[in-house]
Write a protein of this length. Sequence first.
Length: 170
Amino acid sequence: MEFFSEEIRITIQIILIDLVLSADNAVIIGMAASQFDPAIRKKVLIIGTGFAVVFRILFSAMTAYLMQFQGIRTIGGILLLWVSYKLYVDILKKKEETKDISKYQVKESEKSNFRKAVMTVIVADITLSLDNVIAVAGAAGTNYALLVFGLGLAIILMVTLANAISVYIK
């Protein structure tokens, strides 16, 4: 019974991790897609989520392999703390610099630039997929079934949220 409750605890952790970390990727994809009419929006969503799926699979395979080595979790944890600190500092700087939201709005000339939107999504996918995979792999440990579950859940959440966000923003 102890093993069963441990699996439930890890599954809940993975669900919470995916809810939080899939949302950031979905927001980027949804924002990029919202700039276009529905036909092109669908292409951006498909390409964006397609790349996110590919990156998550690649990063999951690499992470599962690396998790076998002693000390890798400690190194990963230290790196995650450093990245979190840097993000926190960046957020504080942005708050101090300006409260003008127009700085973050997309310029009118860029609205129809499909290639730029796709590249933005790809770059975001690389960085945001990696943090999600590392967090899920850390929770799953050597339980590859839970790692695959976390990967699948992240993909489903990301696709669903990206579509909803792109429609809502428009």
